[in-house]
Write a protein that binds this ligand. Sequence first.
Ligand SMILES: [Mg+2]
Length: 410
Amino acid sequence: MKDRVILHSDANCFYASCEMVLNPELRGKAVAVGGSQEERHGIILAKSELAKRAGVKTGMPLWEAKQRCKDLIIVPPHFEYYSKFSRLLRKIYERYTDYIEPFGLDECWLDVTSCGEDGYIIAEEIRKTVKEELGLTVSIGVSFNKVFAKLGSDLKKPDAVSVITRENFKDLVWPLPASDLLYCGRQTSRTLQECGISTIGRLASMSESFIRGKLGKNGHSLWLFANGLDNSRVAHKDHYEPPKSIGHGITCVENLENHDEASKVIVALSLDIGYKLRKEGMYAGGVSLVVKDEGFTHYSYQTRLEHSTQDEGEIAKVAIKLLSDNYNWRYQIRALTVTAIYLESSQAPTQSDMFYDYEKEEKQRRLGSVIDSIKDTYGKKAILPATVLDERKMPKGKQEDTVLPGMMHK
Ligand SMILES: [Mg+2]
């Protein structure tokens, strides 16, 4: 059978590059996208190549980034523009194929086998077109499977094309660290390290049954990936897969010291989840809370809900209860992630229960939709529950005016 021709296109320094297209004066400067300067706790969300070279890292507090890079220009994020550029990139890819599978806002796989043209030539054409039409640069990997195409897009950047073939993959891919493989996360690569496996080549040379024994099903996939045997398909552009879970997490700049502080963060995280659930038309059947303490130990708690919900207040309440029921506060908290799990689509019949107040739920749901439309119009920060706002910054006598999405029946 003829080999497939698969491209993985990755927009370089995507957020920062979009900002430079919007404001050409930023070009050639050290630029970072970050929370607004007024917020003392703002962090770096993305950075330009120059800022990166000066030591600016994603997740770094703004003050520290400024210290590392004196002339750093920090701009607030414009997510609506980033998704616009993401759509424009896809429009260019659609000139070549209908098989386009996004991976985040700035990455896509393309299956261009049916073009009948050499993959490198198509990739070069796309690279030039993106630069000319959008003013962005992409790095593209070309290969016979998705995993190697993705690895290829990391080999040379920015603004470059790399080809990984059946002939050269042992030279190009095998010396790379195993953690470069798709779905080889921190825990997995640690387990591999413990077995003395640090490169993709070493992983490939092990017996399949040994790796499967160590890592289970995921180990089987990784072993196939390492040997160039990934045969997963690039999805059709119209393919839509409902999310299996919707989560939101944050690493706090300063540790959370008590239940009150952690609760506020949980409320803020849940807000976004309620919004996303309604956007997806999904209901949460359970909630999970992952806590990372100051010593980087992870704790994971979860529970099923009696009634599935889209209500951020309900999700926050359950997550806060998970925390108070399970976490012993021997250590301060560094990071929190709230996730809506066991998702069901809105159409699924909900179990009826005489003692459950459906009317209240319906009111909550309608309030939620109103809040979402305000957020769509005025931006996400337009409405925040009072608990998220720092009391000291609240103007006196204004507190009762604040809308409390989902926290009204507390
Ligand atoms: Mg990128």
